[in-house]
Structures are given as structure tokens and as C-alpha cells.
Design a protein around this ligand. Structure first.
Ligand code: SF4
Length: 473
């Protein structure tokens, strides 16, 4: 948030939201800042954060200051001391230099490292095994306030899964930790460089489930200490070129990481082979749309998705107002680039859903835009071969068969819009032209190229044929 990244359509300011939660007051402030200091375009990211696009030249420091004032910066211990009372726009930055620069850099490092994903329905899902919110707050405080963790790469990311039905289980995380039923309540299994293995109805017994197998399990109260130990073990063992856990695991075994972590623990940690068969219950990502019950039977959550994850400042203001009037004055962003309003009284749910639809949000999983994702494209990114956003809207108008699942339009191979691999990818090769890839379970990258140089009309026809017959393109 303190470092504005340049892009074709102006700067990009990324705003990390603890647990994806944005309070309505902060949402109003963010929307106002996006209007005043940027183009007023706000995107929900696939890590359940926000980014403001089109930051105006010369407005960077003022934007960061507005966001910090709204409480959207990292929460570090003793902030006045840590920052020296310095703000990005403080004249001290230009006058005295060193102290201010080091304070800003400490705040930037604390901001970079707060990458912890939890379910957008954490604490509210009636079927979850564990309410992860308090543990998540402890872990975030640890990440931001332990100076050694500033050495972690900005993309180093953790998953804390409470067993909710709405959970992103396809993104690879450097460390994943997931609630599992145990004889004495709930334990947390964990693994490295991947995601929890998920039960599948069609899984042959002798087949490995997608995901990385659990290595061991700990008590809920031991989770923050475990995170501390695993991250310190990573930093101890990783060479400078090993910025992510998957890099370290090319030269060290998971067992070696556990042994190193043991130095930082006061309870025994050992690889438990019995956990190799543990599977997390299947999730249901359609719960991000519409109205769904919560643990408190008097309330529900209501969800919708701004088309292709992008909205204007007026829409964010309206969402915040809706959360104030009919919810608990919070908006929960999701890693599917959608938003939930939790704690809506059951008798208000239908009108809240109608209001989301009136604001232009996709509120039904059967709508074509519910299955499309697209990166910034050529209007925002110099690397893009095509205007992926406009092409995605055209594809939605032409129809996307529901049977296909998600279709991803990517302007280049970097795949910024999808941290996972979608079943179908349209990879831009020229303006309005795409190669179509299909990915089966274990295929790497985008999968197999099934058709080349398609227009959007031809892509729609090819997708329709694939929906009728998967062998046909
Ligand atoms: S996927 Fe490529 S074209 Fe699209 S935003 Fe990322 S870098 Fe740019």
C-alpha cells in the first residue's frame, strides 16, 4: 500500500485486508480516496484484498496517507515509535531522510508479509469445524511484528482453514493449516508448499488426492507457535534464491524443515504417516452467490460478484451503505473476486440480494459472468496481447456453457488473474485472438492447447462444442 506499482492506466495501490474484511467506514474512505487520487476503479483481488487502479501521478503519498488514516495500513506494535510519527507525505521524508525512509520501509515490510487467507465465512459457517478468526489475528500480529519475518518474500502466503464450506482450496500456499476432527475435539493438520488434500467422491482409494499431504497435526492453541517455528525454520534453511517454500523443498526434505522447526517449539513435532490419508471435506464455491444460512439462525450472508472483480467508487460506497443499513457494517472480500455481506437478518436478505443485483453484481452462479475471470488486459497492462476484460464481456454475451466450469482470459502467460489453474484458459496471442487450453486434473500450466488463434465468436463456439463433447474442440 505504501509502494504504488506503475501500470499502463496509472499506478496500482494494493490494500491488504485482514481476513478479507473491510469495515464500512474504511470502505467509504477507500472509495473517496480512489476518486480523489486515482481513476476511481477498484478491483477485488484473488487473495481477497483490494487494489485501486489509475493512481494519478503526484498523488501517491496522499493516497497512502488517506488509506492509513482509514486504518488500512499494517498494524504494528508501538506504531508511533516504529514510524517515528512519519507519514508518507511528511516533509521529514524529503528533509531528514534516513529515519523516515527506514520507518516507511519497516511499515512496507510489515504490509508485504501479512498474507494469511481464511474463509470469507470464518466464524459464521454452521458446518465449520473451528472459528479461525482469533487464531488468524494472532498469526497476523506475529507476521507484522516479528522483525525477522520482514525477510519473507512479499508473495509468501499462509492458509488457515477452519473447515468452512466456502473455502479457496486451489491456491498453493507456502504453509497450509487446516482444521480436522480429532478424538478430543479439533486438531489442525498442516503441510508445506501446496493446499490441503480434498475428498472427492470419485477418488480411487489408492490414488493421491489433489493437494499436498498433511505432515503432522497440532492443537488449536499450538497453531501460532507452529507458524512461528515453521517460518523461522524456512528462514534458517533457505538460500537467497529460495524465496518460496516450494523452492526450499527442492533442496531440503519436509522432514528436515520439521526438524529445524522443532528447535523453536516446546512440544514434540513429528511427521505422522497416518495423516497421509486425511482429506479435507469438499468445499462449495457457489456459496459466494446469493443468500446462505449462518451459525446464528436469525442471520445469513448475502453475496455477489462485481463483473470480472472490478467496480467503481460509487458501487463501493453503495455496498458499504448497504452493509451499514442491513448487515454488520462489514464487507467480506473473497478470493473469487466477490463480496459477502455477513450477519444480514433473514427477513432482510431478499431485499439485500435485490440491491446487490441492482448495483450490477452477479448474484447467481448460473450467470456466464460468474464463470469468467480476466486479467487487466491491454488497457491496463503493457504485456497484454488483447483487451481481455472487453473480450470477456463479449464472451459472456455470447454464452459460456455452465458445464465447463471456469474460463480464464489471460493477456499473457503470467496468469495474474488466477492464482490457480482454471479448467479452460483463453490465452491472448493478438488483439481479439486467443489460443484455447484445456486442463485436466494433474496437467501442468494451462493444460493442453486444443485450438489456436480463435476470435471470441470462435472461442464461444469451441467452448460450446467442448461442453457437448469433451473430446471435441
Ligand atoms: S496476465 Fe499478463 S497481460 Fe494480464 S495483467 Fe498479468 S502481466 Fe499483464
Amino acid at each position: 500500500m505504501l509502494r504504488i506499482v506503475p501500470a499502463l492506466d496509472g499506478g496500482i495501490c494494493r490494500v491488504k485486508l485482514p481476513g478479507g474484511v473491510l469495515r464500512a467506514a474504511a470502505a467509504h474512505a477507500l472509495a473517496q480516496a480512489a476518486r480523489r487520487h486515482a481513476a476511481g476503479v477498484i478491483e477485488i483481488t484473488n487473495r481477497a484484498n483490494l487494489q485501486i487502479r489509475g493512481v494519478l501521478a503526484g498523488h501517491e503519498a496522499a493516497l497512502s496517507e488517506n488509506l492509513i488514516d482509514a486504518g488500512l495500513g499494517p498494524s504494528m506494535n508501538a506504531p508511533a515509535e516504529a514510524s517515528g510519527g512519519v507519514r508518507p507525505s511528511d516533509p521529514a521524508l524529503t528533509v531528514s531522510g534516513a529515519t523516515a525512509v527506514s520507518a516507511i520501509s519497516a511499515a512496507s515490510a510489515a504490509d508485504d508479509v501479512r498474507n494469511l487467507m481464511i474463509s470469507p465465512t470464518a466464524g459464521h459457517d454452521p458446518q465449520a469445524l473451528f472459528d479461525t478468526r482469533a487464531l488468524a489475528a494472532e498469526i497476523l500480529a506475529l507476521l507484522q511484528n516479528e522483525p525477522c519475518f520482514a525477510a519473507l518474500a512479499p508473495k509468501f502466503a499462509l492458509l488457515l482453514d477452519g473447515g468452512e464450506r466456502l473455502a479457496m482450496l486451489e491456491h498453493s500456499h507456502d504453509v497450509w493449516i487446516a482444521a480436522m476432527p480429532a478424538h478430543d475435539g479439533v486438531h489442525f493438520a498442516f503441510g508445506l508448499a501446496g493446499c490441503p488434500p480434498v475428498a472427492r467422491a470419485d477418488e480411487p482409494e489408492d490414488n493421491a488426492a489433489p493437494g499436498t499431504p498433511a505432515l503432522a497435526a497440532v492443537l488449536p492453541s499450538q497453531v501460532p507457535t507452529l507458524v512461528n517455528a515453521l517460518l523461522r525454520a524456512f528462514l534458517d534453511l533457505a538460500a537467497p534464491e529460495h524465496t518460496r517454500m516450494r523452492h526450499l523443498l527442492t533442496v531440503q526434505s519436509a522432514q528436515a524443515v520439521l526438524q529445524r522447526a522443532q528447535r523453536y517449539l516446546d512440544f514434540p513435532l513429528s511427521h505422522d504417516p497416518a495423516l497421509a490419508t486425511w482429506r479435507r471435506a469438499t468445499a462449495d464455491d457457489s456459496l459466494r452467490f446469493g443468500v446462505h444460512p449462518q451459525r446464528d439462525a436469525e442471520t445469513c450472508h448475502v453475496g455477489g460478484q462485481p463483473p470480472l472483480g472490478r467496480m467503481d467508487a460509487a458501487t463501493l460506497h453503495a455496498l458499504a451503505k448497504l452493509a451499514e443499513d442491513s448487515g454488520d457494517a462489514t464487507l467480506h472480500m473473497t478470493p473469487w473476486q466477490s463480496v459477502l455481506l455477513p450477519n444480514v437478518p433473514v427477513n432482510a436478505a431478499a431485499s439485500v440480494l435485490a440491491r446487490l443485483a441492482a448495483l450490477g453484481l452477479v448474484c447467481d452462479a448460473t450467470q456466464p459472468l460468474a464463470r469468467l475471470i480476466a486479467c487487466a488486459g491491454s488497457t491496463g497492462c503493457a504485456k497484454s496481447h488483447a483487451d481481455t476484460k472487453a473480450d470477456a464481456f463479449q464472451l459472456a454475451r455470447l454464452h459460456v456453457p455452465a458445464a465447463l466450469g471456469q474460463v480464464h482470459l489471460s493477456g499473457c502467460r503470467r496468469s495474474c488473474a488466477a492464482a490457480h489453474r482454471a479448467p479452460y484458459t483463453l490465452l491472448a496471442v493478438a488483439p481479439g485472438r486467443y489460443d484455447l487450453y484445456r486442463r485436466d486434473d494433474e496437467e501442468p500450466g494451462f493444460g493442453r492447447c486444443v485450438a489456436r488463434h480463435l476470435t471470441i465468436e470462435q472461442a464461444a463456439a469451441a467452448l460450446a462444442r467442448l461442453a457437448r463433447s469433451p473430446l471435441d474442440a
